[in-house]
Design a protein around this ligand. Structure first.
Ligand SMILES: [Zn+2]
Ligand SMILES: [Zn+2]
Length: 323
């Protein structure tokens, strides 16, 4: 069974978990090792089971935790040659076998996963998106896209499951408080993909068979989840496509785990993870009380709660639903 979860998505950190039932990998690890460990635990996974960390590019919102996780759990890191050069000594000391290079455009295998890294237009050394081919399915993750072009669209086409960048609303960005050079960078050919273009691409891909779409890498400043979702829903409506009717559309959240996407043979379905992956400061008692009707369990790294490195214990909080 295939399992995909966006643990974190956005300009403040990106990390996706993917498993085919045997091989487990992370795609980017742009937060602290502890936050990623806690999020993995919340979806029933443990970093010691990871076979690889795949990196899209060297920006810190994609790489912050890679060195810590690689050393702590002896996981190899995969990146393009250009990304390795640009990261330099950043990941820290790694064993030689932990530095795996690939060439964008050339497929490689990890366990039963066939992985196809493809070039993306972004202001990094040699950035890539990834398509994963497994069990007759295609799963694609493409964020940090300066623009859409034919070659890129061909890489996205045929995906059953897709995580696509929907970074900003152009109006919000232009009217917002970012300095002009930064606005130019984001709007430029090697910056980030806007909601409108993401919506058009999503509509095209759903019309051609995509069954589950997560919109990701939202800007904190120039977007909000409802706006990104509605922009895509509007583009889909133009093709008479309605979320929930044959396909799933969801926004991958900044500091919260997305639904778990499951694939079993012909079936693809999404299971919400209530309350998982929230930052420890959000897991206070008042925070729990603010979520009426919530019931479930959250597993917390005690070291995170205490702000210390001295313990490796985990704490499980259970919340019963109010009658
Ligand atoms: Zn980037
Ligand atoms: Zn990024």
């Amino acid at each position: 069974m295939i399992k995909l979860v966006s643990l974190f998505s956005g300009s403040s950190g990106n990390c996706i978990f993917l498993s085919d039932g045997e091989t487990r990998i992370l795609l980017d690890a742009g937060l602290s090792g502890k936050r990623i460990e806690a999020s993995l635990s919340a979806v029933g996974e443990h970093p010691s089971d990871l076979r690889a960390i795949l990196v899209t590019h060297e920006h810190s919102d994609h790489t912050m935790g890679i060195g810590v996780l690689a050393r702590r759990y002896k996981v190899p890191i995969y990146a393009s040659g250009g990304t390795w050069e640009a990261m330099g000594t950043f990941p820290g000391k790694l064993a030689p076998g932990q530095q795996c290079r690939f060439v964008p455009g050339e497929r490689f295998h990890i366990g039963g996963m066939e992985i196809e890294p493809f070039p993306i237009p972004h202001d990094a050394a040699e950035p890539v998106g990834y398509s994963f081919h497994m069990q007759g399915r295609k799963i694609t993750v493409a964020t940090d896209l300066g623009h859409m072009n034919r070659a890129l669209l061909r890489n996205l086409e045929g995906s059953d499951i897709l995580l696509l960048e929907s970074n900003h609303d152009i109006g919000m960005l232009k009217m917002g408080r970012y300095p002009w050079p930064l606005k130019q960078r984001i709007l430029g050919d090697h910056g980030h993909l806007c909601n409108d273009m993401a919506g058009k691409v999503v509509a095209h891909l759903v019309a051609n068979g995509a069954r589950c779409v997560l919109l990701g890498h939202l800007s904190h400043e120039n977007n909000f989840p409802e706006l990104a979702w509605q922009t895509a829903a509007n583009a889909l409506a133009e093709k008479n496509l309605i979320p929930g009717e044959g396909f799933h559309l969801e926004v991958a959240r900044r500091d919260q785990t997305s639904s778990i996407v499951w694939v079993d043979g012909e079936r693809i379905w999404c299971e919400p993870v209530p309350f998982a992956g929230l930052a420890p400061e959000q897991l206070t008692l008042p925070g729990l009380q603010q979520m009426p009707g919530f019931s479930g369990a959250a597993k917390l790294h005690v070291a995170d709660l205490m702000g210390t490195d001295e313990t490796d214990d985990w704490l499980t909080i259970r919340v019963a639903e109010k009658a």
